[in-house]
Each structure stands twice: as C-alpha cells, then as structure tokens.
Design a protein around this ligand. Structure first.
Ligand SMILES: [Zn+2]
Length: 291
C-alpha cells in the first residue's frame, strides 16, 4: 500500500515493556523533554502554525497522564483537557479528531487518534462493570483495576467490517439518512460475538442490502476512534440478489457505474462519497484504479 490509512500512521515506539516500570515512568514524568497531547471528548488541541501540529504541554503536574510512547527520543503522553490549566494552552485551539485527521501529517494523525481513543476509554471505565466500584489506573494508563473485585479492564477496540461489493464495472454503495445530502458509502457493520470476520462480511451485506457475496478480499484497516472502532476493509464480489435496504440503517442502496464513481472521485460532487481520510474512500479509489 502506498500510504497508510489516516489515523493508522504512528511512527511511535509504544514502549509497552516500560508501562509497568514505575521507576522509568516516574523518571519520564519529571523529564522536562517529556510532553503531553491534550485531548477533549471528541478531539484534541492543535498548536497554531502551518502545518498544524498537536499542541504539546509540559507533563509535570498533569493529572494521570497516559503514556503513549517514545518518538525521536521524546516520551509522549496524553492528558484530558478538563483538568489542564488554560495557561498551558495559550495559542492552541481545540479541533475535532475528524478535522485534525484531515490536516495533520500521517504520523501526527495516528498519534492523535491513539491519544483520543485512550482518553475516551478512561472516561468510559471510571467504574467497574462487574461491581460498580471506582477503578484505579495502572500500567501508565493502559490498565484500570477494580480494587474491590480485582477486575482488570484493558483498552478495547471494536472490529467493524466495511465492504465494497463489486460486480464487473459497477460497485454497490448505501446511504444512511443522517449523512450529508447525496452521500453514499461502502456498507459496514460491527462484528458480533461468536462471529468470524468473514461471517460478518456475508451477514452484513445480506442484512443491509439483500445481496449475496463471494470472495471477500481483505485490503487494509483503519483505527476509527469514534469512539473505539477498528475498520477492516474488504472488496467482495457480488453473486446474487436484488439490492434494496433491508434494515433500518440504510435508506437507499444502489449500484454505481465505474464512470459515475470516477467522475465523483475526480472532484465532481466530492461530497457524494466519503472524504479521503476514510477507509471507504480508499476502497473506492483502489477499485477505480483497477479498472
Ligand atoms: Zn469490581
């Protein structure tokens, strides 16, 4: 693949073997070269400048910063914006992760997605899901432990399949009612418990569009931390059925000719397909390039 999908480019040593080393961590929290990315509930702070970069603040005194890893010899953390004193963020502005993903370098977009996903996970796991007790943070922010029942809670990622169904010179796209006017995209759905990924691909296409597929080929993946998905991209071959919206998720599903999609992708009505940061667009562009 030429370039990684947006949000997956993290040229970072995650230093997983140091997370449980309290002496190393203490040392790095006191190191003046260490820095933290500051996240909000749906994004992060960016520094003024061209090109934009994530704003970095000193780590000393931050409340439970989460270790992200080491980049170019510098240890990077993530912190929640809420307890961060506004003096530290002078000259920075909050951006949504979607907007940041379109502006940042692949490395910084990957770092931003990682930071936002980690802090979102913390916000959702303050209390133990087994007994309701407040959990405590361990392993430099990569584990929460319930002090009452011992439940260990690890950061989670929810697998989602996203599939471009093709049939010769046409591709099947669907439309959700909440999307911008005219927008269509590849079909997607969560992997359910007890299902293989290939089972999910076949089931989702059948449930959402009423068609059968064969030969689903895995292409690439993309972290999609809204709040915690991992998109697994496939191109599959159509083998039967008349496309129609089958569940409440889609309001329309239809074939697009290669020429029509190529025209949209070339800049004519770009809002009618997903933006370049989305793996759905990567699948569409890849299929078009094969024609
Ligand atoms: Zn518990």
């Amino acid at each position: 693949m030429a370039t990684p999908n947006t949000f997956s480019g993290g040229a970072l040593d995650r230093a997983a073997d140091r997370r449980s080393d309290p002496h190393w961590l203490e040392d790095k929290l006191l190191d003046p070269s260490s820095a933290a990315i500051v996240t909000t509930h749906d994004g992060l702070y960016l520094a003024e400048g061209d090109p934009p970069r994530p704003a970095l603040v000193a780590v000393h005194g931050l409340e439970q910063p989460v270790l992200l890893g080491v980049r170019d010899g510098r240890v990077l953390f993530a912190a929640d914006a809420e307890p961060v004193h506004s003096d530290r963020l002078v000259g920075a502005h909050a951006a949504t992760l979607r907007d940041a993903g379109a502006q940042l370098s692949p490395e910084d977009a990957g770092l931003a997605a990682y930071a936002v996903a980690m802090l979102n996970w913390h916000r959702r796991n303050i209390f133990c899901g087994v007994c309701g007790t407040r959990t405590v943070v361990a392993d430099a922010g990569h584990l929460r432990i319930c002090p009452r029942c011992g439940n260990h809670i690890h950061p989670r990622t929810d697998p989602v399949v996203i599939v471009l169904v093709t049939d010769g010179d046409r591709a099947l796209l669907g439309r959700q009612p909440r999307w911008p006017p005219g927008r269509y995209s590849a079909l997607a759905g969560f992997v359910e418990p007890g299902e293989s990924i290939e089972d999910t691909v076949a089931r989702e296409i059948r449930e959402e569009a009423g068609v059968e597929i064969a030969d689903a080929r895995y292409r690439s993946s993309q972290p999609w931390p809204f709040p915690s998905s991992l998109m697994l991209g496939f191109i599959a071959t159509y083998c039967g059925g008349e496309p129609e919206p089958r569940d409440r998720e889609l309001e329309d599903v239809r074939w697009f000719d290669r020429d029509e999609l190529a025209e949209i992708a070339a800049g004519n009505r770009p809002e009618h397909i997903p933006p370049p940061i989305a793996i759905a667009r990567r699948l569409i562009d890849e299929w078009l390039s094969l024609g």
